[in-house]
Design a protein around this ligand. Structure first.
Ligand SMILES: O=P(O)(O)OC[C@H]1O[C@](O)(CO)[C@@H](O)[C@@H]1O
Length: 541
């Protein structure tokens, strides 16, 4: 084991901070000491098992692992995605300072700016009604067809920024399950519906299948010649888009140095831009760019993505927690955890190091979550009293967008803070018994029921507080999590930017399609797969 990791493990064992209640009691400045801010965004990590010694060991580990050099390599366009021989430059898509970013000797910024401008013209044309459908009607509904990074980013952000949504209605179709597109289009008027086919590769079976269904929907209702008016596409594979029949001026490109899960800043963000307008989309990019600059410039201990990554690594590798929950106290962030699942788990769910050897430490955790307060009435029981410790990342805005419902926002804030306090403090057996006695229970009942009402406490959480969920704040938050994933990936020693783990299932599905269609036998498949095929075929109508 690496010497620093050994010291960290020792420090974690000896740490007074692992008794959080005692740590807070001993140090009234713990919050001030272990919270950092960037602009109006505060990250409080005082309720994690951290102390000065652990913090300084983590900072040393980051230095020893070369996180800062790797960060510079990413921003400068080096091909750090070694298994695909690609640069990793989602940061160039929001490079609002417009300084040159070189890939293979050429500055990518002129192309980035040109696509952004073309998106703006198209989005504003759709919003204002100057770009119309085949029958001369303005578009009232826009359906994005994509999956993974070509769906989760725009879908999550459109929901999150609902107060800024003043364009046509947005719909998202991702699943190959015909139910998804059928339910989505059933109440739509083809004459006023625009489809965006979003696929980096333009080969993804779910997206191509749904796109064909959508094409039939338009062609059947309005005629074949209407298709061009009702479709546009977003892709890096411009030749394949042309073969699908979408006109060139309706295709918005991006580049192989943009990973699917990092693509919301590219033309994949077109549906969001149509929803909120080009100006607010620009503010969304501004927020991410501000976080990029903070990540590049702030010293490690005051650097939000760096610290979030170090804490994540500490909780995963040193403390061994296999999962973490992200709980935004914001209903509009209800798809944020799903978005982070792809960002984090597709990036860091790896078992091989960048040197092509087996990893020797755990890598990315299981990421999950739901908004508060809903989660409190579902899985929080396990978070408080279950046998696993699951670190939580809470987020809460100081202001909602419903001033007339301020009292509801106050309840939301109170609940968010109450959860992290309860997780940290817990309730001792003596306290539980005393409460029962105070409520009139007798000693025997207090002894029997008391243990059920004990909370061990000492359960870690990080809380983010920000002014309000504007496009700028959302862009900044997503970029924070992107860079956190990067920091953790470097510490794990893996390549965070490929996703070979999704390939095998895709290959097998292709092979199984003729089998479940009854065209080929299941011979050669294992008995479970063959048995399931036979049950499905027998029941098929
Ligand atoms: O945009 P595409 O090429 O259709 O891919 C969709 C998604 O599929 C994946 O390759 C995983 O299957 C993701 O990485 C990607 O975001």
């Amino acid at each position: 084991m690496n010497a620093l990791l050994k010291s960290l493990t020792e420090a974690a064992k000896n740490s007074a901070a692992t008794d959080l209640r005692a740590a807070f009691a001993a140090d009234p400045d713990r919050f001030a000491k272990f919270s950092i801010s960037f602009e109006d965004l505060l990250m409080d990590f005082s309720k994690t098992a951290i102390n000065d010694e652990i913090l300084s060991l983590l900072v040393k580990l980051a230095a020893e692992t070369g996180v800062e050099d790797k960060r510079a390599a990413m921003f400068s366009g080096e091909k750090i995605n070694i298994t695909e021989d690609r640069a990793v430059l989602h940061t160039a898509l929001r490079n609002r300072s417009n300084t040159p970013v070189m890939v293979d000797g050429a500055d990518v910024m002129p192309d980035v700016n040109a696509v952004l401008a073309a998106m703006g013209t198209f989005a504003e044309g759709i919003r204002s009604g100057t770009i119309k459908g085949a029958t001369g009607k303005a578009f009232t509904d826009v359906v994005n067809i994509g999956i993974g990074g070509s769906d989760l980013g725009p879908a999550m952000t459109t929901l999150a920024l609902a107060p800024f949504h003043d364009g046509p209605k947005l719909h998202y179709v991702s699943n190959v399950d015909g139910a998804h597109i059928a339910d989505t289009i059933k109440d739509l008027d083809p004459a006023t519906t625009l489809f965006i086919v979003a696929s980096k590769t333009f080969t993804t079976i779910e997206t191509m299948t749904n796109a064909k269904t959508a094409r039939t929907f338009i062609a059947d209702a309005l005629g074949e010649e209407a298709v061009g008016h009702h479709f546009c596409a977003v892709s890096t594979a411009l030749d394949k888009v042309a073969a699908f029949g979408i006109e060139e001026e309706r295709v918005f490109g991006f580049w192989d140095w943009v990973g699917g899960r990092y693509s919301i800043w590219s033309a994949i963000g077109l549906p969001l831009m149509i929803a909120i307008g080009a100006d607010d989309f620009g503010r969304f990019l501004d927020g991410a760019h501000a976080m990029d600059n903070h990540f590049r410039e702030a010293p490690v201990t005051g650097n939000l993505p760096f610290m979030l990554g170090l804490l994540g690594y500490y909780q995963r590798v040193v403390l061994g927690y296999p999962s973490r929950a992200v709980i935004p106290y914001d209903q509009r962030m209800s798809r944020f955890a799903a978005y982070l699942q792809q960002l984090d788990m597709e990036s860091n769910g790896k078992s091989v190091t960048i040197e092509s050897e087996d990893v020797t430490t755990p890598t990315g955790p299981i990421v999950w979550g739901e908004p508060g307060t809903n989660g409190q009435h579902a899985f929080f029981q396990l978070l408080h009293q279950g046998t696993n410790i699951i670190p939580i990342e809470f987020m809460i805005a100081a202001n909602g967008f419903e001033p007339e419902l301020r009292h509801q926002h106050q309840l939301l804030m109170a609940n968010c803070l109450a959860q992290s306090e309860a997780l940290m403090k817990g309730r001792t057996l003596d306290e539980a018994k005393a409460q029962l006695l105070a409520k009139g229970a007798d000693e025997a009942t207090a002894a029997k029921i008391g243990p059920h009402r004990v909370f061990s406490g000492n359960r870690p959480s990080i809380t983010f507080v920000y002014d309000s969920l504007t496009p700028y704040a959302l862009g900044r938050m997503i970029a924070l999590y992107e860079h956190r994933v990067f920091v953790e990936g470097v510490l794990f020693g893996i390549n965070s930017f490929d996703q070979w783990g999704v390939e095998l299932g895709k290959e097998l599905a292709t092979g199984l399609l003729p089998v479940v269609s009854g065209k080929e036998s299941a011979d050669g498949h294992d008995s479970s797969t063959a048995g399931l095929v036979s049950v499905l075929l027998k029941a098929a109508k």
